[in-house]
Design a protein around this ligand. Structure first.
Ligand code: ADP
Ligand code: ZN
Length: 609
């Protein structure tokens, strides 16, 4: 096992649970494993293919990903192929010949293939090492993307009695687990439930003020890095993608309103590092395997924490530090609520509403973000300070805002709780608009008491009061502000309020924090060399017709940019450089690194010291 891990994958150590899973498979036991995205599931079924007799049959619903998975396996020295409805018939025949010749380590198929009697019979006549069921929650009606096709997998256990089945999913609920085990008839399986704590992800929430500008600034702080920006609607996707492109950023849109060709084209461009940013609705993600996504931004509020966790999970699969940012304003919750209110079924409506409330709380309260996410997934974070979220690194700067809160709430109360934010701010700031005069609100006591501060400041205060649920937005057509019980307690009952009115966190701080706090593996690397090696990687990937991250991950390049390997032996010691990739790509990288060191003798001297 260790030898194959090193030679084929170029890794020195197994990740959590991988070794146990593989050992059980080798002992022909069934396995059920829940592991988060990026947990390293694929290695668990790829590695045994070199140790067991016969082919590993991998069943996956993600047809769009199969080619990528097969390409990546071939890059690592596996003989691999896939069968699905997209292939021309000659290719299908060629693969059947390979199956009969027992020459495949890995065969990827879509579930409907297994439902074809002819194919099923073929499998019975050739040696099979194991069945790996990827995205196994698809067989469960409780899973979020149930596929009827998956039900055909129920017949594997009965027909292949001595062959182990390993089921993998990133969906954690106990109900789904039970359902999968039962539907696949797993035989006394070895069960693994990995932690869902993604230690390399930095979580933070920012106040959403002018989100296009905020996203733009964030991206400018992360030059050349790949990122996904999620938006709630197709229109807002188009607007943001256009805005970013106009500012010279390589950004592309992705949503269900685009043609299939355009979606595929944009996704491929992103996968191949030809575009840095994908701006997308949540339609984007299922078919993305890219390991070097350095950040996931939510420019609009997600509807629930499951979704948020899953979408942010697409960052940092390679284990390198990555960021997850949510731009939050209570106004977004108001918009979502508008749709929730149209749900007729009362039970469903209250379930959806409760999920939204949890999502808002995640963004609003000053409690470790990681703790909140994990708690939602049924896991308790052990340490008090996770070290890699905005709350834990102390980005919060609490200030007493009782006076400001009283001014705003008094204006709301004295005008009868019938007006929206902008009108209230006019009163607070003492603006005698036509409307204000009409209602004689220039006569109330609060008029002008907040004129020493600007409009943005008061907008931020009202947002904060909404976040802390001292105010709610109510009303069918226009949102009007009303006091809650908590709000009344501050206005009339002498309670105080504090808030975090901090400036945005600088990218630099996050980078430094995630490197020092999250452990020594996140050391710095040489950014100039990284850019050069990235270019080499792009060129090699283009030549091979694969995505750059399949040649080497960011993690691997980062390590090269710390250790400057100039011999094949040293390069082979780097995580992710297996024997096959060393032979194929080693020289190109060594040449580049050598040239770089020659041009920068100071670095060379430093290394020799
Ligand atoms: P999942 O399918 O669970 O989302 P993958 O199988 O795609 O995860 O693996 C995620 C990333 O982790 C890949 O880039 C993979 O190369 C890397 N990886 C997997 N196992 C290891 C390991 N033992 N050491 C280092 N990196 C690993
Ligand atoms: Zn934290």
């Amino acid at each position: 096992m260790q030898r194959i891990l090193r030679e084929h994958f170029g890794f020195q150590d197994f990740r959590e649970n991988q070794e146990e899973i593989i050992t059980n498979i080798l002992q022909k036991k069934d396995v059920f494993a829940v592991m988060p995205t990026g947990g390293g599931k694929s290695l668990c079924y790829q590695l045994p293919s070199k140790l067991l007799k016969g082919t590993v049959v991998v069943i996956s619903p993600l047809i769009a990903l199969m080619k990528d998975q097969v390409d990546a396996a071939i890059e690592n020295g596996f003989s691999a192929a896939y069968l699905n409805s997209s292939l021309p018939v000659e290719e299908v025949f060629a693969i059947y010949r390979k199956i009969h010749a027992h020459s495949l380590d890995l065969l990827y198929i879509a579930p409907e293939r297994l439902a074809m009697p002819h194919f099923f019979e073929t499998l019975k006549t050739v040696p099979i090492a194991m069945f790996a069921v990827d995205e196994a929650h698809c067989i469960s009606e409780w899973g979020h993307d149930f596929r009827p096709d998956y039900l055909s997998l129920s017949s594997i256990a009965g027909n292949f009695r001595d062959i182990p089945i390993a089921a993998f999913t990133a969906t954690a609920t106990a109900q789904v687990q039970e359902d999968i085990i039962r539907k696949l008839s797993l035989r006394d399986p070895f069960v693994v439930r990995a932690s869902f704590n993604r230690k390399n992800l930095f979580y933070r929430v920012e106040k959403k003020i002018d989100v296009e500008k905020q996203v733009h600034r964030f991206i400018m702080d992360h030059p050349g890095a790949a990122g996904i920006v999620y938006r709630a609607t197709r229109d807002s996707v188009d607007v943001l993608a256009t805005y970013l492109s106009k500012h010279g950023i390589r950004a592309l849109p992705y949503h269900a309103g685009l043609s299939t060709e355009e979606r595929t084209r944009n996704q491929n461009a992103f996968s191949k590092d030809e575009a840095d940013i994908i701006v997308a609705t949540i339609a984007f993600g299922m078919g993305i395997d890219k390991s070097n996504v350095r950040f996931v931004i939510h420019a609009d509020l997600p509807k629930h924490i499951e979704g948020y966790y899953q979408e942010t999970g697409r960052a940092g699969r390679d284990g390198e530090p990555s960021e997850c940012v949510l731009y939050y304003t209570p106004g977004d919750a108001y918009k979502i609520r508008f749709f929730i209110n149209q749900i007729e079924d009362e039970t469903e409506r209250s379930t959806v509403e409760a999920k939204l409330v949890r999502m808002c709380r995640y963004a609003a309260v000053n409690v470790c973000r990681r703790r909140q996410l994990l708690e939602y997934l049924g896991e308790t974070l052990k340490s008090d300070n996770c070290g890699t979220c905005d709350v834990c690194v102390g980005a919060y700067d609490q200030r007493d805002i009782t006076t400001e809160a009283q001014i705003a709430m008094s204006a709301i109360s004295r005008t009868g709780q019938r007006f929206g934010r902008l009108y209230i701010i006019d009163i607070v700031m003492g603006k005698a608009t036509k409307r204000v005069i009409e209602f004689q609100h220039d006569k109330i006591k609060t008029f002008g008491t907040g004129s020493h501060k600007g409009k943005d400041y008061w907008l931020a205060i009202i947002d904060e009061l909404l976040v802390q649920e001292l105010l709610i937005q109510d009303g069918d057509r226009y949102p009007v502000l009303k006091l809650t019980k908590k709000g009344s307690a501050v206005l009339f009952g002498g309670e105080s309020v504090s808030a975090n009115m901090r400036p945005e966190i600088k990218a630099e701080v996050v980078r430094k924090v995630s490197r020092t706090e999250a452990g020594s593996q996140f050391e710095d690397y040489d950014p100039v060399l990284f850019d050069m090696l990235r270019t080499v990687r792009r060129r090699l990937a283009d030549d091979q017709g694969v995505a750059p991250f399949m040649v080497f991950s960011d993690k691997t390049l980062h390590e090269m940019c710390r250790r400057y390997p100039t011999t094949a032996e040293k390069l082979g010691d780097i995580t992710g450089v297996g024997q096959y990739k060393l032979e194929r790509y080693g020289d190109d990288f060594i040449t580049e690194i050598k040239a770089y060191l020659e041009n920068n003798p100071a670095i060379g001297q430093h290394l020799r010291r």
